[in-house]
Design a protein around this ligand. Sequence first.
Ligand code: HEC
Length: 108
Amino acid sequence: MRAIALIAVGLALAGPAPVLAQDPAADRSTARQCAGCHGIDGIARRPDVPHIAGESPIYLRAQMEAFRRGSRHHAQMTLIARGLSESTIEAVIRWYSSIEVSATVPES
Ligand code: HEC
């Protein structure tokens, strides 16, 4: 009887899949809509586009919100950011912030 109760508690705790379940392959696929400018690796493909690889999720979130609110304006990014769903924004932030970058400074 006791064992059954413990199993029931265990199942209840396991619950449904967590909302924040990570699926890098799906996030990468979502980020394809950013890749023409920012690269799938977050390294910009155009000189007027910033690199976003490895940026903190806090910074990426703040910039996306600023484009959406209008406190930061750029003809292309404002349109793009305003057209994204919350789950898409979460996916692309997860993708770009999870990329590891390294820096090489010039010899001095
Ligand atoms: C058509 C090209 C283009 C596409 C596609 C694009 N971006 Fe951008 N993005 C830009 C440009 C250009 C800027 C620089 C805007 C500025 O000068 O203020 C920028 C800026 C940003 C910034 C601010 C970076 C910083 O360090 O200031 C973030 C974050 C960003 N983009 C995320 C995204 C995401 C996420 C996607 C895909 C959903 C995306 N962008 C798609 C062109 C693009």
